[in-house]
Design a protein around this ligand. Structure first.
Ligand SMILES: Nc1nc2c(ncn2[C@@H]2O[C@H](COP(=O)(O)OP(=O)(O)OP(=O)(O)O)[C@@H](O)[C@H]2O)c(=O)[nH]1
Ligand SMILES: [Mg+2]
Length: 629
């Protein structure tokens, strides 16, 4: 089954067309039939000659009921765009087109109705020209009369082709049914209806009713008037619910699969530049493309609507604070509408937006908003686990799943996922807090895990344990810096200084030619005096005033440089040593003065001799302290 929504100006024949196609009455209310005007959504369906079914959601064209139109169009992927041959393009033709285009609805049919009243050719060309600038640019056009039946056979054929063109939604996708109707039936309780755009619902399923997050059970399931065990998207469904409670479900609430959606009132979005269907919208949209929306907008998604406060982030991004929390995924497309007053002959601006983050972190620091905007500008339309982890640092796999992301990297511990860069930063910060704890409390058996968790502001103690790498070790709920296996061989230095040096040596074991910077030394409590003591004790090698490496780094560097084409430049040396200019220049100068390398007039160098034996004792034992030693 596929679901198609109507659209078009008031009185252009949308409901008459649905009636002619399906033989069903889309105007459900007596008042609608009395006034000859659709007020609320109508529902009907048709079985095509192929046996496939198409369900229709019929919307009102009158501008007063545009919010009902939005609730109908929100969850539906295709449209019957109706323009009457006798009246041609009208204001709500343009408004509905702006809405559909902002929602990204890109397939359907252009139907020129009332072909018995005027030659449809002119209006067809006029409407096709309007559609040409939008997401609906490629839809086929048909002219019909609901009165004479002219063109109805062509319309059936075009619908059959449309059905074959529309993509099959993923039957395994998480369920989110935006409720468009809810009523109680004596004897059977609460019934809700909605469009199922993706996924599968079964009789007996437990779903969650938003925003209260109340669990409900599907007591009975119907699709197109037939009781069913299962409904697979796309489908129209009616669900008889058990557990909905005394509060009646309403349009705009949703039934969702537990754990698969994030109920959120704070989102970061990319405002999309939508092709202009009409001039009146242009100015608002141009501002919108820069993220310069009005301070307040109406957000529409599915059948839901919420007021939102807008904080522009620059670079086309904005942070929205929703008055009503909504169940969303990263990658959802939403509609933003200016709630401002309506001038006659114009309509409020609309823009489409893509949800990029459903749980954004607070923007505290100065410049954080602009930095967030720049970061989001570089993201794809469907952000993945790596994007979100780069932004959040740490996330639980379940949180990512609820954001709509099913692929994720291997957890660092339990279900925690980490951005690799952030994890490295945390690991080095942990060394610093443990070293400074050791310095300030030399008699303590170590730093309590909880204290380290609080110091690094981590959400879970298990992360502290996972971060602890040699020489850090965890014993009896505390973190300490392991001593060398053979304590008697250890250098004669104060314990706190040794602890800090062990952390440095662990850094240097991973990156031997990246000297710790001033900040790292300061955080580890290593000042000029303590560094000098460590150098005297043979625990560190001084390269220059500010640069220390592990003992033996000079020999190791010479061995690597010997493999380069001679002579080599400082840049080649830096690359070969995976070092930085800051470290490599003084290191080369040290090697020059030791006679290991020779600097040539063109500033390149050659290796002169085998490097000298290191003067210092290799101190591997320092960094590989045995647990429990
Ligand atoms: N002659 C002629 N009249 C039509 C045709 N289609 C609809 N009408 C008439 O046009 C009027 C409006 O038709 P509706 O189907 O109610 O229009 P609508 O687009 O659903 O209007 P709203 O739902 O209020 O936006 C009715 O009086 C219909 O009988 C047609 O093909 N030919
Ligand atoms: Mg109607």
């Amino acid at each position: 089954m596929h679901v198609v929504v109507t659209a078009g100006h008031v009185d252009h024949g949308k409901s008459a067309l649905i009636r002619a196609l399906t033989g069903m009455e889309p105007d459900r209310w007596a008042e609608e039939r009395r006034r000859g005007m659709t007020i609320d959504l109508g529902f009907a369906w048709l079985t095509l000659p192929s046996g496939d079914q198409v369900a229709f959601v019929d919307v009102p064209g009158h501008e007063r009921f545009v919010s009902n139109m939005l609730a109908g169009a929100g969850p539906v992927p295709a449209v019957l765009f109706v323009v009457a041959a006798d009246e041609g393009w009208m204001p709500q033709s343009a408004e509905h087109l702006a809405v559909l285009s902002a929602l990204g609805i890109s397939d359907g049919l252009l139907v020129i109705t009332k072909s018995d009243l005027a030659d449809p050719a002119t209006v067809m060309a006029q409407a096709a020209a309007k559609l040409a600038a939008t997401s609906l640019r490629a839809v086929p056009a048909v002219a019909v009369s609901a009165v004479t039946g002219a063109g109805m056979a062509d319309l059936h054929q075009a619908l059959d082709q449309l059905r074959r063109r529309l993509p099959e939604p993923d039957p395994g996708a998480p369920v989110r049914i935006w409720i468009d109707r809810a009523f109680s039936m004596t004897g059977s309780g609460t019934v809700v209806t909605g469009t199922l755009p993706a996924g599968t619902v079964h009789h007996g399923d437990e779903l969650v009713l938003t925003p209260a997050m109340r669990p409900v059970r599907v007591r009975e399931l119907q699709s197109l008037g037939q009781t069913a065990q299962t409904a697979t998207a796309a489908a129209r469904v009616a669900l008889n619910l058990r557990g909905a409670g005394k509060d009646m479900p309403r349009r705009g609430m949703a039934l969702i699969q537990a754990g698969r959606w994030t109920l959120t009132d704070l989102i970061d979005v990319r405002v999309q530049t939508v092709t202009e269907p009409d001039d009146a919208n242009r100015q608002w949209r141009r501002g919108a493309a820069e993220g310069e929306l009005p301070r307040t907008v109406n957000v529409h998604v599915g059948s839901a609507r919420s007021i939102a406060q807008v904080r522009p982030l620059g670079s086309g991004a904005a942070r929205l604070t929703l008055a009503e929390p909504l169940p969303l995924h990263v990658g959802d497309r939403i509609l933003l509408r200016d709630p401002g007053s309506r001038k006659p002959g114009s309509w409020p601006g609309v823009a489409g937006a893509l949800v990029l983050d459903v749980a954004p972190l607070p923007l505290r620091r100065r410049g954080a908003a602009a930095a967030a905007g720049r970061q989001l500008a570089a993201w794809p339309d469907r952000p993945g686990a790596a994007d979100l982890l780069a932004r959040h640092g740490l996330l639980k796999a379940s949180a990512l799943l609820a954001m709509g992301i099913t692929d994720h990297p291997v957890p660092v511990t339990g279900e925690w996922l980490a951005d690799p860069e952030h994890w490295r930063t945390l690991s080095s910060a942990l060394g610093e807090v443990v070293a400074s704890h050791a310095a300030s409390e030399p008699l303590a058996p170590g730093m309590p895990i909880e204290a380290a968790r609080a110091a690094l502001d981590l959400p879970d103690r298990r992360l502290v344990t996972a971060l602890a790498r040699p020489p850090l070790q965890v014993a009896c709920g505390a973190l300490r810096i392991a001593k060398p296996a053979d304590k008697s061989a250890g250098p004669d230095l104060p314990e706190a200084l040794l602890a800090a040096v062990r952390i440095l040596r662990a850094d240097l074991a991973a990156t031997p030619f990246l000297a710790p910077d001033a900040d790292r030394l300061r955080k580890l409590g290593l000042d000029a005096r303590s560094l000098a003591a460590a150098v005297r004790a043979g625990e560190l090698m001084r390269v220059s005033d500010q640069i220390v490496l592990a003992p033996g780094a000079d020999t190791a560097a010479a061995a690597i440089l010997a493999r380069l084409d001679q002579p080599f430049t400082a840049a080649q040396a830096r690359e070969a040593l995976a070092s930085t200019r800051r470290t490599v220049i003084p290191l080369l100068e040290l090697l020059d003065s030791a006679g290991v390398t020779q600097r040539q007039p063109d500033d390149r160098r050659v290796l002169r001799s085998a490097p000298p034996e290191p003067a210092t004792r290799p101190a591997e034992a320092l960094v590989t302290g045995e647990p429990g030693s």
